[in-house]
Design a protein around this ligand. Structure first.
Ligand SMILES: [Zn+2]
Length: 592
């Protein structure tokens, strides 16, 4: 547990953090430079964190694009205090444990090992600041420096409880966009006992109306202005005057110049006045970074969605309906009204249900990757009631298929759709038994129709985005009923459903909308499984919840002619002579 012993000594303010960084650190064997190489915006930034923050005690927030060296800046600020002060504790916290150990092993250890020696041949200056008995006490998450200084690196997720009530002199909250409200709350008062009270929260923004945006709004929002080499006036680098390579154009006199030259005499300009309680805010986009050329930014604008480009390149919060489902709304509309409703253990005729299966590789032996999720829906009036949602953790695909069979029997499933992308063999096993009652589904990236059907192999080709859009609409209208008597058992599905955002890309004059994961590291297989169950119901009933048919006339004909119908009314389907037709790659349709 971190204890603040009390800060007995104050370092002389004559040690300039910029001097410290440029004379103590190296990068790739060269001196670490932040002046006269286009990074001059970091000069005031370092001094603000290392000197001004001690005087005015204002917390600093940085909203930034990716790869603009903010974590490196936090590391340098931490090392500055740890090498120059006494009884000084730094807490550098990240959302996940992986980030902690990567930072500790790669960034911090590298900065120490390759710090610049005073005399060639000596150990580096930062290495000499480590406590003598460092080998005994240092771990991935704690490094002790001389003069009773400690560098703590914690995960705000795994060690949230240890963060509560922690007391330190400097707090660095890294990747702040991924911090949970409780982790933020647990660290809120951590510097209140310190006479230094340095607080620095930084990250790459995501959606608007987040805690991160709240603290940014409560800051003076400083933007860096470059200074023209010709007319000496200040101007901002934007998408409009960043021309090519590293050439920018002065908005005052039109002079074209390199970013390195323009940034040299630049200044941070606050754009908002906040009271005493406000924060100091810095905005660092990729546009001002000297090593990022215009061509790369143009490429990212073309290839990335609006939200990703705004977040990761421009460092801006994205508004405008990026998140079609949010957990609070889903719970209010689809869960809370059904607090007394429980999942049935069995469903018998005449009730009929539809099963959707999304295959994945995760199992009891493998705790990463996509889940295999089975979801069962029953159409009740104008609503779809969730009958069962299950993550299948069996290691063997044979065991998973066996469990699906049990579910089909227990819940009287009369039609099903299963993803074929990761479950070709599983689909064939189910179809060998149930015939066309179980249809495989292929999510086509550029499908011309919302859905088409291949009778030869019982495979649906599906416009993924069109179907998910329809499903999301159903959820937002509250037409999905999620039994909520035991919330802990079903909240995972709500998380899967809400890990979805709308990405809009503009290419050659056309607008492409797609539904993607918000957080690529988190699963959303439950949403797809639900989508397949919904598709199974639409295919079988011949219409969607609005009474409209998404099917082609050929497909409707097939349904009417009974070709699609399989194991209905207790009549078992028997496999044709020669077995079920094998599915080949060419049956998947063309990949766009
Ligand atoms: Zn000018």
């Amino acid at each position: 547990m971190i204890k603040n012993i009390g800060s007995l000594f104050t370092a002389p303010l004559s040690i300039d953090p910029v001097y410290f960084v440029e004379n103590w650190r190296t990068i790739d064997g060269e001196p670490f430079r932040i002046t006269n190489n286009g990074r001059d915006y970091l000069v005031d930034f370092y001094r603000s964190l290392c000197i001004s923050a001690l005087k005015d005690k204002k917390p600093v927030v940085v909203v930034k694009g990716r790869q603009v060296e903010a974590t490196e800046a936090a590391l340098n600020v931490a090392l500055y205090f740890l090498c120059n002060y006494k009884f000084f504790n730094v807490l550098h916290a990240f959302p996940t444990e992986t980030q902690v150990s990567r930072f500790s092993k790669e960034r911090l250890q590298g900065a120490i090992r390759f710090s610049k020696p005073l005399v060639p041949g000596d150990p580096g200056q930062i290495e000499q600041c480590l406590a003598d008995h460092r080998n005994a006490s240092n771990t991935v998450s704690t490094v002790e420096f001389r003069n009773h200084n400690f560098y703590y690196m914690y995960s705000a997720w795994a060690e949230a409880d240890s963060l509560r009530g922690i007391s330190v002199d400097a707090l660095m909250r890294d990747e702040f966009q991924d911090w949970s409200p409780s982790a933020i709350a647990n660290t809120e008062a951590s510097t209140s006992q310190s006479k230094y009270a340095v607080e620095f929260s930084f990250g790459t923004p995501k959606s608007a109306n987040s805690p991160f945006e709240d603290i940014w709004k409560n800051s003076d929002q400083r933007y860096f202005h470059s200074r023209c080499v010709s007319c000496s006036k200040l101007f901002q680098i934007t998408m409009d005057n960043f021309l090519y390579h590293d050439i920018v154009k002065c908005t005052q006199c039109g002079k074209e110049q390199t970013k390195t030259d323009a940034n040299r005499g630049g200044a941070w300009v606050p754009t908002k006045s906040v009271g005493k309680e406000g924060r100091v805010g810095y905005h660092i986009s990729q546009l001002i970074h000297p090593a990022i050329p215009r061509e790369r930014i143009t490429r990212q604008q073309d290839e990335w969605s609006d939200s990703k480009f705004k977040n990761e390149v421009l460092g801006e919060f994205f508004t405008g309906g990026t998140l079609p489902l949010n957990p609070a709304d889903v719970k209010a509309r689809c869960c809370e009204p059904y607090r007394l409703l429980d999942f049935p253990g069995i469903v018998s005729a005449p009730r009929e249900t539809f099963i959707g299966i999304d295959w994945g590789s995760r199992s009891e032996n493998k705790d990463t990757g996509a889940y295999t999720v089975a979801t069962i829906l029953e159409k009740v009036g104008e609503k779809y009631q969730l009958v069962r949602a299950e993550k299948l953790m069996q290691n063997e695909y044979v065991a998973r298929v066996a469990r699906i069979r049990e579910l089909i029997t227990l819940y009287n499933c009369i039609a099903g759709v299963a993803d074929i992308g990761f479950g070709q063999v599983e689909c064939q096993m189910l179809q060998a038994e149930y015939g066309p009652m179980i249809k495989s589904a292929y999510y086509a990236p550029n499908a011309k129709e919302k859905m088409s059907y291949n009778e030869k192999n019982w495979m649906l080709t599906i416009d993924r985005n069109a179907w998910i859009e329809e499903l999301i609409d159903i959820i937002n209208r509250g037409q999905l009923v999620i039994p909520f008597r035991r919330p802990a058992e079903i909240e995972w599905l709500v998380d899967h459903m809400c890990n979805t955002e709308i990405r809009v890309a503009h290419r050659t004059g056309n607008v492409f909308k797609s539904y993607e994961k918000v957080n690529a590291a988190e699963p959303n297989d439950g949403l797809h499984s639900l989508n397949y169950a919904y598709i199974a119901s639409v295919v079988h009933l011949g219409h969607n919840v609005l009474g409209r048919s998404p099917m082609t006339s050929k497909l409707q004909g097939a349904v009417k002619g009974g070709v699609l119908l399989g194991n209905f009314n207790g009549k078992p389907w028997s496999p044709p002579r020669g077995g079920v037709q094998q599915i080949t790659r060419s049956d998947y349709g063309r990949r766009g």
